[in-house]
Design a binder for this molecule. Structure first.
Ligand code: HEC
Ligand SMILES: [Cu+2]
Length: 358
């Protein structure tokens, strides 16, 4: 049993914990192992002695019964002092860890994380943004400023042993320092609606140089995509929509982009929740993304979709990102293969670097 506890120190994870990759992880794991170790030790000791006494002092005919002793000073001091020392020690370990985890170092690199139904968006100081993927440098404290746009969410990175709630109308924060390069899972750890279980992502830890290059690319890549390839850029941005829209015709929270695309192609009309109808053209698409609560779509059968599209999604996409999504929906037939699957688009294939002036 104690073997199970002997797994800390490495980084590969073990019976109790996933792999560990941050400076606070060993501390958290130690506190857990320490308390579990004490619990197992006393469980075995107490239950063992109990069972042994039950047998040794079982009722037997020839032994006269005795009044039990009421007091034993050395024994009472022992069972008070030892647990007290242990409890104070546990308190100290917990307090030290708590203070450390809640105090981001002064020189932390700051990233904003926004939780919304049902994805995370991460915004960087240079204007870069990404969805469900948190890019961080290794060996440098990173402070995450958390916000929630709609309901409670919680950012949880098991490998870093950190978790913090994102609360609408409140500012919360979390910090960590990654200790090695790699990819680690990231979750929303607060039940936040029907697609909560889809609200997963990953952290990618880079060395400092690769990190700078990555966020630089994230900040500028869309500007470098030529207009004729903008619909392909939409495929890359589409992960911001997948929690509510599909491209295979099945409605999710909102209508499938396939349906929207077909209405656009055929010059059809979209029924709206207020009973009116509107032609699905470029302007309608732009308005649907810019002002999600303006023209609420209804299904062809007239059932209104919920007015729950992320309100500020256009800000997150940026002007060019919105145009890319419109292009993607309008030209969806060029972006799916014979099975109706979206083709894979690599950023490097559509980004055109400007020629260096000679
Ligand atoms: C949180 C869920 C959610 C997310 C995320 C979301 N949408 Fe929507 N979207 C909806 C819902 C619900 C509707 C239908 C109600 C309405 O018209 O606002 C809708 C409607 C639309 C429409 C009108 C479609 C039609 O056929 O009438 C467009 C266009 C659209 N969304 C684009 C996008 C794009 C582009 C993204 C990603 C960048 C996105 N949405 C992300 C929920 C979402
Ligand atoms: Cu959530």
């Amino acid at each position: 049993m104690f073997l199970l506890l002997a797994q800390t120190g490495g980084t590969g994870g073990g019976f109790w914990f996933p792999e560990s990759a941050s400076t606070v992880a060993p501390e958290v794991d130690f506190a857990f192992d320490f308390i579990t170790g004490i619990s197992i030790f006393f469980f075995v000791l107490i239950v063992g002695v109990m069972l042994w006494f039950m047998f040794k002092y079982r009722r037997r005919g020839h032994v006269p019964s005795m009044v039990s002793p009421t007091h034993n000073t050395p024994l009472e001091i022992t069972w008070t002092v030892i647990p007290m020392i242990l409890v104070v020690l546990i308190f100290y370990i917990g307090l030290r860890g708590y203070v450390n985890i809640t105090t981001p170092p002064e020189n932390s690199y700051e990233i904003e994380a926004v939780g919304q139904q049902w994805f995370w968006s991460f915004n960087y100081p240079n204007g870069a943004t990404d969805i469900n993927i948190l890019h961080v440098p290794v060996g440098r404290p990173v402070k995450i400023n958390l916000r929630a746009n709609d309901v409670l969410h919680a950012l949880f990175i098991p490998a870093f042993r950190v978790k913090m709630d994102a609360v609408p109308g409140r500012h919360t924060e979390l910090w960590f320092e990654a200790t090695r390069v790699g990819e680690f899972p990231l979750y929303c750890a607060e039940y936040c609606g029907t697609q909560h279980s889809q609200m997963v992502g990953k952290v990618i830890v880079y060395n400092q140089f690769a990190f700078e290059a990555k966020i630089d690319e994230l900040a500028n890549w869309l500007e470098k995509v030529p207009d004729e390839d903008l619909h392909k850029a939409g495929v890359i941005l589409y992960n911001r929509c997948t929690s509510c829209h599909t491209v295979d015709g099945s409605p999710l929270i909102g209508p499938s982009f396939q349906e929207t695309h077909e209405l656009f192609k055929s010059g059809g009309t979209r029924k709206l929740a207020d009973g009116s109808a509107v032609t699905v053209n470029e302007d309608y698409l732009r308005n649907s993304i810019r002002k999600p609560s303006d023209q609420i779509a209804a299904s062809p059968q007239g059932v209104a979709y919920p007015s729950s599209m992320t309100p500020n999604i256009a800000d997150q996409l940026g002007t060019r990102g919105v145009e890319a999504m419109i292009q993607m929906i309008m030209r969806l037939d060029e972006l799916v293969d014979d099975d109706g699957q979206l083709i894979e688009v690599k950023m490097a294939d559509i980004v055109v670097e400007a020629e260096e002036p000679q």
